[in-house]
Design a protein around this ligand. Structure first.
Ligand code: SF4
Length: 459
């Protein structure tokens, strides 16, 4: 949804923070607003509606929202008809307090109420009312997913569930996104089939904990579909080439699911499996529900099921009570797994979580130093893993022109690495084609490839 020019009657500026769930929610909001006549603008000063879709997982993202709102105060005072809304997890967590704290804010809308935005805008637009919509439900409303994310290119994200039941001690998500509720398998397969019809070749199934996917069955006698079963159904969609999913909780990844990595070619050989720490003591304090050795045995099964599987993970350093010995256990774990990619953060206490009340908070300088050590070693491991790809043939899904050189094309490997390559006159390579490339060069953030003689695999 791009602005069609300065004559559009209703323009919306959307800024999104946080995870892929939020990105997807914003895409659905875009679709919904398009259907009621809005066009998107990249300039908040030109808009009639400003939406901030927020994240509260880390303090930094939350503070950014408040600083942006401060910037919009002047706009609102100059143009009172401007509607400003905070959506997402900060909205859910703060609720009416946010309206009190930000007196010029019109709407506070939690993640489960985004499908009501059209009606809510009507309620506030004349300035006589301000609304808070943060009701949570243990079922999925019939109209919650009726505005699917727009499809642009060969890749798409599809939410299969929302919420989380795990209550890890540091995490605010179960409070802001509610308990786990799964969409029906037939609805998901229908949405993906429609996307494939519009040119999608790769889908990423998303949810806070996709491994505990469990759709509601009105009757016990109805067939039960677990996450592995859903993947098998999605894999049957003709024309769909690649399936990814995120996020997987290590305690819930089943042996049946692990086996699918070896038996179902559409499931890419790549998995994000957040470990958070290599220390059993810290994992226990985090409430993660597994030990380091249980995690490592699942990694071993994955590596056996799919040779060369690309693994990535999340790690929190400086969790309350983390000692040098605990940190050393985390370093030992990354040496053993040798992730391709790691998302590592300093622990950030979130109000309302159990860990925020833990004593023995780690000093900021100690946590920073540990983070630097971890990230430095991971950069080396990632570079070594990438170097090992040089000289190999890899299947690449073509996504469009290369960012650095529009004469070149760019795509992604099954492990989500960017590969840039020159177009050859003999091949008419289009967006969405799968091509097999010989990897000739390795750079910190991308690979360079060239055509292998087998050329085009599939289009
Ligand atoms: S699994 Fe834990 S970290 Fe992940 S969303 Fe649920 S509570 Fe948060």
């Amino acid at each position: 949804m791009q602005s069609s020019g300065s004559y559009a009657s209703k323009r919306v500026y959307i800024e999104t923070f946080g995870c892929q769930m939020n990105e997807n929610d914003s895409d659905r909001v875009r679709s919904l607003l398009t259907s009621i006549g809005y066009v998107e603008t990249q300039v908040p000063e030109n808009s009639e509606l400003i939406l901030l879709n927020t994240c509260t997982v880390r303090d930094k993202a939350e503070q950014k929202v408040y600083s942006l709102l401060g910037r919009f105060r002047k706009l609102k005072s100059e143009r009172p008809s401007l509607v400003i809304a905070v959506l997402g997890c900060v909205a859910q967590q703060q609720g009416v307090e946010l309206l009190k704290r930000v007196p010029f804010l019109d709407m506070v809308v939690g993640p489960q109420n985004l499908h009501r935005l059209g009606d809510l805008i009507e309620t506030v637009k004349d300035g006589s009312e301000r609304v808070v919509a943060t009701e949570q439900s243990e079922t999925i409303e019939a109209d919650e997913y009726t505005a699917p994310a727009s499809v642009d290119g060969p890749k798409a994200f599809v939410p299969i569930m929302r919420g989380c039941n795990n209550f890890c001690s540091y995490c605010i998500v179960p409070y802001t996104r509610g308990r786990e509720v799964s969409r029906g398998a037939a609805e998901i397969v229908g949405e993906i089939s429609g996307m494939v019809f519009r040119g999608v070749k790769e889908v990423t199934l998303i949810g806070q904990n996709v491994n505990s996917y469990a759709p509601f069955r009105p009757r016990e006698t109805e067939p039960y579909t677990d996450f592995a079963g859903l993947l098998e159904e999605v894999a049957c969609i003709d024309g769909l080439e690649r399936i990814r999913f995120v996020t997987s909780h290590p305690k819930d990844i089943s042996k049946r699911l692990i086996r699918l990595f070896g038996s179902e070619p559409k499931i890419v050989s790549s998995l994000h499996l957040p470990v958070q720490s290599g220390s059993d003591r810290i994992l226990e304090l985090m409430g993660r529900g597994y030990t380091a050795s249980e995690y490592l045995s699942k990694v071993k099964l994955l590596k056996n099921a799919s040779r060369g599987i690309s693994l990535s993970s999340d790690i929190i350093v400086g969790f309350p009570g983390e000692t040098d010995k605990d940190f050393a256990a985390t370093m030992a774990l990354i040496e053993e797994v040798r992730y391709d990619n790691l998302f590592s953060f300093k622990y950030s206490p979130r109000p309302g979580t159990r860990a925020a009340l833990f004593e023995e908070q780690v000093e900021a300088e100690v946590a920073s130093e540990r983070l630097q050590i971890l990230q430095k070693r991971q950069r080396e491991i990632s570079a070594e893993n990438s170097m090992a790809l040089k000289g190999s043939y890899i299947e690449v899904l073509v996504e469009g022109p290369s960012k650095g050189d529009s004469e070149e094309k760019s795509g992604r490997t099954p492990c989500n690495r960017v590969v840039n390559f020159s177009d050859l006159p003999d091949f008419n390579v289009e967006v969405g084609d799968l091509v097999e490339l010989l990897i000739t060069d390795v750079y910190p953030n991308s690979l360079r490839g060239t055509y292998h003689e087998r050329g085009l695999l599939c289009s």
